[in-house]
Write a protein that binds this ligand. Structure first.
Ligand code: GAL
Length: 421
């Protein structure tokens, strides 16, 4: 564990002891304050479904939303609040971060709120593993996003008579044609996590599931510095010249807008982008298409959204709220309505997917048949702390034309070793 994490853990653990002394809550009996980063159009619509469903149960969702896709800023704010002993009641925490917070003793087990059998019956194994810590479920899973998608602007592809690229060679040919025609080949935002997401998709396609997991889940150094990894970084860098430029301070929402405005032809992004296009009136398969990232057929990098409940000192009414929160969120009606707005797929097994669009139907089928890997750019494989460090290195390499693939693999491997010490 890094010194930074150790220090953070110590401060948080100690400050938690002071909570009852420092704070009293004036939140109304039926309110539930939730920290999250769902602020884009599709995310807001999905959230409206969530708020409405909870309100019907007399639970008033109090927004504590921090702008910033990917959640980097939201997680920083959460740490600050936890440090000052004022954590919200619930927060959007996912992947290995769940265990990090659970280790500090700050989270409520969710299998206390509803019987374990209910969770066991409805959730896929990978979801159960993701939300577990020391034999208990510590988070409430909400939905599953697929990350390794390539989105295409249908009008541009038709106009230029292009077919969806299935290999990286085809991709470069298609990107060249798009560029010559005056369109931006790849809509790409200016955040480091988006660079990371693009690299992840390339790496997964070239390494395959096994080596991807050895590198980014088990941190096997021999894979991290291997020739295959150098090849993945080289391929990734080749995409730079096709990406939208001048995107500093802009993120995936701005990039997705370029695609829906017919300024850009393709985007690598998780299917939350579909939620955004849907919110702006665009129709899947009519305005835009979803295809596998080249050479990644049969592979599925997943991102499971989930909420945790923080321990607070006035538990009585909150427990009641939490139970309603959980019951609502796990119901199939809610799962369907929410995911349709969000662009994701339900977290429940055996759902009837007829009312979903064809991208979500494909995603649900693939989730059940493909090789699944956790998306590291979405904090599913590592803690958000390590993910941020990795993203910085990946991003610096992507934007610096002098940086070499041979050097970045060593840098990345050293950073991972340092953080994991
Ligand atoms: C991810 C989150 C998704 C989506 C995305 C962009 O981290 O899991 O639900 O909202 O960020 O904001």
């Amino acid at each position: 564990m890094s010194p930074k994490i150790k220090t953070f853990k110590k401060i948080v653990t100690t400050s938690w002891l002071l909570v009852p002394l420092l704070f009293s809550t004036n939140i109304a009996a039926s309110s539930l304050e939730v920290l999250h980063w769902w602020t884009s159009p599709g995310e807001i619509q999905a959230q409206a479904v969530l708020k409405e469903a909870l309100l019907q149960q007399n639970v008033d969702w109090q927004d504590f939303a921090i702008v910033g896709g990917g959640g980097e800023s939201a997680l920083r704010v959460l740490q600050m609040r936890a440090l000052s002993g004022n954590s919200p009641e619930a927060a959007q925490i996912k992947g290995p971060d769940i265990a990090e917070w659970a280790k500090m003793g700050m989270l409520n087990e969710v299998d206390n709120i509803l019987p374990v059998e209910l969770w066991d019956k409805h959730l896929p194994n990978i979801v159960k593993e993701t939300i577990s810590y020391e034999g208990h479920y510590m988070a409430l899973p909400l939905n599953i996003h697929r990350v390794n998608w390539l989105w295409l602007n249908k009008a541009i592809f038709e106009e230029l008579q292009l077919t969806a690229p299935t290999t990286w060679n085809e991709f470069i040919t298609v990107a060249e044609t798009i560029k010559k025609a005056g369109y931006i080949p790849i809509a790409h935002g200016g955040t480091t996590w988006e660079d990371s997401l693009l690299f992840e998709s390339v790496a997964l396609s070239l390494l395959g599931a096994e080596k991807y997991k050895q590198a980014f889940v088990q941190f096997d150094e021999s894979v991290l510095v291997s020739q295959d990894m150098i090849t993945a970084f080289t391929q990734f860098k080749q995409l730079y010249r096709y990406t939208s430029q001048d995107m500093q301070g802009k993120d995936w929402v701005d990039a997705s807008q370029l695609l829906s405005d017919k300024k850009a032809a393709m985007q690598f992004m998780g299917d939350w982008a579909k939620g955004m296009w849907q919110a702006s009136g665009k129709v899947v398969m009519e305005d835009y298409l979803c295809v596998d990232v080249p050479q990644s057929e049969g592979l599925f990098s997943y991102n499971i959204d989930s909420f945790v409940f923080f321990k607070k000192h006035n538990n009585k009414i909150q427990d009641n709220n939490k139970r309603k929160f959980v019951e609502t969120l796990i119901s199939s009606d809610f799962q369907r309505a929410f995911s349709i707005q969000k662009g994701s797929i339900p977290v429940r097994i055996n759902m009837d997917m007829q009312s979903f669009d064809s991208c979500s139907q494909k995603s649900y089928a693939d989730f059940n048949s493909n090789e699944l890997v956790p998306s590291f750019s979405q904090n599913m494989a590592t803690s958000s702390y390590l993910q941020t460090e990795m993203s910085k290195i990946i991003s610096n390499y992507f934007h610096n034309d002098k940086a070499t693939a041979e050097h970045v693999v060593k840098q990345l491997s050293l950073a991972i070793r340092a953080v994991n010490k």
